[in-house]
Write a protein that binds this ligand. Structure first.
Ligand code: PLP
Length: 438
């Protein structure tokens, strides 16, 4: 548990910020315990205000694929700061990051930088609607595409065909044109497109879901999306804000060999600074202002320090060695989690793609939101507290992926796995889905 320094800071935070946080996932409502207030990060570790060190699997919720403060990235940002912070004009470092992204991601001919994944997804949807002159957008339950009104629909609900407001304050009209299907349900996609395909502007999907925990696409799911959208003149938007440059240098789309029309990027491409992007086919991107009529803008978009950080991160990833290392670490932690589940007799399953991993407790298979919601979140909370006690910083929710970075070592992931195993051993006696169920 956190010490009193953290508790005092947390109380200060809660007086002046809702829930004491700037983004709700950071609060420990679901798991209990006091969230550590972080003072610094270095490599695979973060240190809290009381001086406790944690193996970090939060990694700022995805950006830090190289760990905290990789020297080349820090150096690039410092060098840019010496030249100035923002100009309201195109910079060479911004052109450089755009060129790197276009070279890396096969489906992207042109890119527009924005400041958050929310903006990227919202803008990609606007562009898709403009390009197709249609209104309907299809998303999948449990898919997260930022907090724009239209895309909050049923982000947390189960099977639903017609979107309902995902939050108070979202007018019903804002989600009336959002259709929600279960992730990985190829038949539901085929059925919807058979009936209404000609009205669909776009399908937006996380090619590997990361926001209901890690949920990989089943065989055939992504190819079906590509086929039905192409056949009905709809666009396919891959939201690769989490997966882009994390699962492969060419994104999840290169792993699954699918070419979407539009792609959203974020997280890794900014190295921890506020940057995201959307990009795709040239004929589509040329509809964006000022080339075309689709308006989208940003005072600080293309922030030079963020562009410099992004270039440095991508240069470190370009050779491919990072992905081989992450896959090896991923296999190790997956095997250790699975082994611990097996030994304890606690029911569970481990979903992993590359450096994204989620151990689901209490369910033996998770392939959609409904499956994820069958997980035992009380048991997960106990695991999470055991991690904190053991000095492991993991996202405080069963429905968030944990991350690996190139700075992690075998012994770091072994520590994470050992704390997991310890928690399961204590759980196995008390869980209804535990030893008895096996
Ligand atoms: C994080 C995330 C977003 C939102 O990005 P923000 O920068 O938090 O607005 C959108 N889509 C996916 C897939 C994400 O993982």
């Amino acid at each position: 548990m956190s010490d009193s320094a953290d508790r005092a800071l947390q109380e200060r935070a809660e007086r002046v910020m809702p829930g004491g946080v700037s983004s709700p996932v950071r609060a420990y409502r679901a798991t209990g315990g006091v969230p550590p207030v972080i003072a610094s990060g270095e490599g695979a570790y973060v240190v809290d205000s009381g001086g406790r060190r944690y193996v970090d699997h939060v990694l700022a919720y995805g950006p830090h694929i190289l760990g905290h403060n990789p020297p080349a990235v820090v150096q690039a940002v410092r060098a840019q700061l010496d030249h100035g912070i923002a100009f309201g004009a195109t910079t060479e470092v911004e052109i450089g990051l755009a060129e790197r992204i276009v070279a890396a991601v096969a489906s992207i001919d042109m890119v527009r930088f924005v400041n958050s994944g929310t903006e990227a997804a919202m803008s990609a949807v606007r562009l898709a609607r403009a390009a197709t002159r249609r209104d309907l957008v299809v998303k999948f339950a449990g898919g997260y595409h930022g907090h724009a009104d239209a895309l909050l629909a049923a982000a947390g609900s189960g099977v639903a065909t017609l979107g309902l407001p995902g939050s108070p304050g979202v007018p019903a009209a804002a989600v009336a044109a959002t259709l929600v299907l279960p992730y990985n349900d190829t038949a539901a996609v085929e059925d919807l497109f058979a009936r209404r395909g000609e009205q669909v502007a776009a399908v937006i999907v996380e090619p590997v879901a990361g926001n209901m925990g890690c949920v990989p696409p089943v065989a055939g799911f992504l190819p079906t999306l590509r086929r039905v959208t192409a056949a009905s003149g709809s666009l396919l938007i891959f939201d690769e804000v989490m997966t882009g440059f994390r699962l492969a240098y060419g994104g999840a789309q290169s792993l699954f060999d699918i070419r979407p029309d539009l792609t959203c990027l974020g997280k890794v491409i900014g190295g921890g600074l506020a940057v995201a992007a959307y990009g795709g086919r040239r004929d589509l991107m040329e509809l964006v202002a000022p080339s075309g009529p689709v308006y989208q803008a940003g005072t600080l978009s293309g922030s030079p320090p963020a562009m410099a950080a992004g270039c440095a991160v991508l240069d470190a990833l370009a050779g491919g060695a990072a992905y081989a290392r992450l896959e090896k670490l991923g296999r190790r932690i997956e095997a250790a989690f699975s082994g611990a589940l097996g030994e304890s007799g606690v029911a569970g399953s481990v979903n992993r793609v590359g450096s994204m991993v989620t151990p689901f407790i209490g369910v033996t298979e998770v392939r959609d939101l409904a499956g994820a919601q069958r997980a035992d979140t009380t048991a997960f909370a106990q695991v999470h507290r055991a991690w904190l006690d053991a000095g492991v910083f993991w996202p405080p929710s069963q429905f968030e992926a944990g991350f690996l970075c190139t700075a992690h070592t075998d012994s770091d992931v072994d520590r994470t796995a050992a704390a997991f195993a310890g928690a399961l051993t204590r759980l196995s006696a008390s869980l209804p889905g535990g030893a008895a169920a096996r």
